[in-house]
Each structure stands twice: as C-alpha cells, then as structure tokens.
Design a protein around this ligand. Structure first.
Ligand SMILES: Nc1nc2c(c(=O)[nH]1)N[C@H]1C(S)=C(S)[C@@H](COP(=O)(O)O)O[C@H]1N2
Ligand SMILES: [Mo]
Length: 238
C-alpha cells in the first residue's frame, strides 16, 4: 500500500511524473548531442523500467538519473557540506571522509521497480559517525540530502540516520563509486529501497522535520523500508 492507502493511484502518479521528466529530457536535447553519459541519463529518465539494464557495466544495476546528464566531480574537487541544526557546520573533502572510521556493508540492493542486486558491498562513513562529528542540536529531527545534479533530494529521520547500516559511501564493490553510480560520494541507505540512496551527494542539512525527497513527491513512501513500504513484499536483507 502507498501512504494514501491504495496502490493504483500511487503508481499512476509515479508514471505521470516519469512521463513529464521524459519530455523534459527530450526538450533538453537528450543523447544526440552529448555522448554516452547523456544517453544513459536520458534513457533512464524516460524508461526507468528496464531498457537501461541492457547497457554495459551495470552488474545488474540499472542506472538512474532524473537529471538530463550525469554530473562529474573529481575526487579532488568533491565537497560535502553538513549544515543546518548542527553545532559545527562542516565542509568535508573526500580525503577527510576517507580518514574517518570506515564501514563496509554487504547487502542486497533492492529497487522499488523490482530489480535486485544480491550481496553487494558498499563502503564509507556511517552517517551516525558524521553526525557525531558535527554535533546534532536538540531541535534537529531529520536530515535533508541534496545532490550536485542540482535536482535530486532525499530525507531520513534522525532515528533512521542513526542506524549502523546508513552510510555516506565512497566505494561500491571495493572500488571508487563511478560517476554513473553517483560518485565520488553517494548515500547508501541499506535497509531501504534504493531511491533513498541519493547519488552525487553534496549536502546534508539537519532540519526540524522531514522534507520529503524527489520521488516522494510522486507518491513513493518517505519511510522506504524494503518489504514494508510502497505496497511491496520484497524480502529484506538483515
Ligand atoms: N541524484 C540521484 N540519486 C538517485 C537517483 C537519481 O535519479 N538521482 N535515482 C535513485 C534510484 S530510483 C535508484 S534505483 C538508484 C539507482 O542507483 P544506480 O544508478 O547506482 O543503480 O539511485 C537513486 N539515487
Ligand atoms: Mo529506483
């Protein structure tokens, strides 16, 4: 069930939203001008249901981007800003993130559209460790994630973010996160559907309430637990 209590209207809102995005991708010029990155992005924006899975290098992943191209940022230029209701607003370089305690999780990746990648490793910094470093103020109740694609956003409650299986990830499959997968740094919300795992992560803002993310405006659940949301019965991995 969707959060409004019925599956079908949620599905229709999502589809309408995707059609709108597809039209925007065409208007922006799409893949004809700009090579493989934009091909990937425009195909996935217009057809998030599977065509992109035919493209090479996916390991079972579908590449998703709601932006009309894949943004690039080098490891040296990467920055993550943590601000809002914190004691010490901080901007992290990749090097500084990598110097923090490192956590490696192996779980099944589950997309809400059905595809699953079993037993896949993500490595990075626990959100909880990052939050401890900046000092969360008592009024803070939620996190808002923003991305350097300029479009996508996500959210977690403070309680959810404190779980040990919520990472700011800089490696997938023990290699640097590629640009297509949201590198240099993406979120990895292991117990939730993969739309929570914001790619091209550039900002974390502590807020006094949850601000629903990009897909959540199209009807996906804010609390996106695998197997317990979005009308789906997928089997969660621990
Ligand atoms: N910035 C950004 N993050 C995003 C998305 C997106 O379109 N833009 N798509 C989400 C969805 S729906 C999925 S399934 C995963 C896909 O990640 P992948 O492209 O590495 O397979 O990224 C999530 N994070
Ligand atoms: Mo997804």
């Amino acid at each position: 069930m969707g959060k409004d209590g019925s599956g079908a209207p949620v599905g229709r809102r999502v589809v309408l939203g995707m059609l709108g995005l597809g039209a925007a991708g065409v208007a922006a010029g799409g893949y004809l001008q700009n090579g493989l990155d934009n091909l990937l992005a425009s195909v996935t924006a217009k057809d998030p249901t599977g065509l992109s899975g035919l493209l090479p290098g996916g390991q079972g992943f579908r590449f998703y981007s709601v932006a009309d191209s894949i943004p690039h940022r080098s490891a040296a230029d990467y920055r993550l800003t943590v601000d809002g209701l914190v004691d010490r607003p901080t901007t992290y370089t990749l090097e500084r993130l990598q110097a923090m305690p490192r956590t490696r999780l192996v779980r099944d990746v589950q997309c809400v559209t059905g595809w699953r990648v079993p037993h896949y490793a993500f490595t990075g910094v626990r959100l909880a460790d990052l939050l401890a470093a900046v000092g969360v103020r008592p009024e803070a109740k939620a996190l808002r994630f923003t991305c350097f694609d300029g479009v996508y956003s996500e959210s977690l409650t403070l309680d959810q973010a404190g779980r040990p299986d919520m990472l700011v990830a800089y490696e997938m499959d023990d290699k640097p996160v590629t640009a297509a997968h949201g590198g240099p740094v993406r979120l990895y919300a292991a117990p939730m559907y993969f739309y929570k795992s914001a790619k091209w992560l550039s900002g974390i803002t502590l807020t006094d309430r949850v601000q629903p993310g990009y897909w959540e405006h199209y009807g996906y659940d804010v609390d996106a637990w695998v197997g317990r949301s979005n009308g789906r019965t997928d089997v969660p991995t621990s």
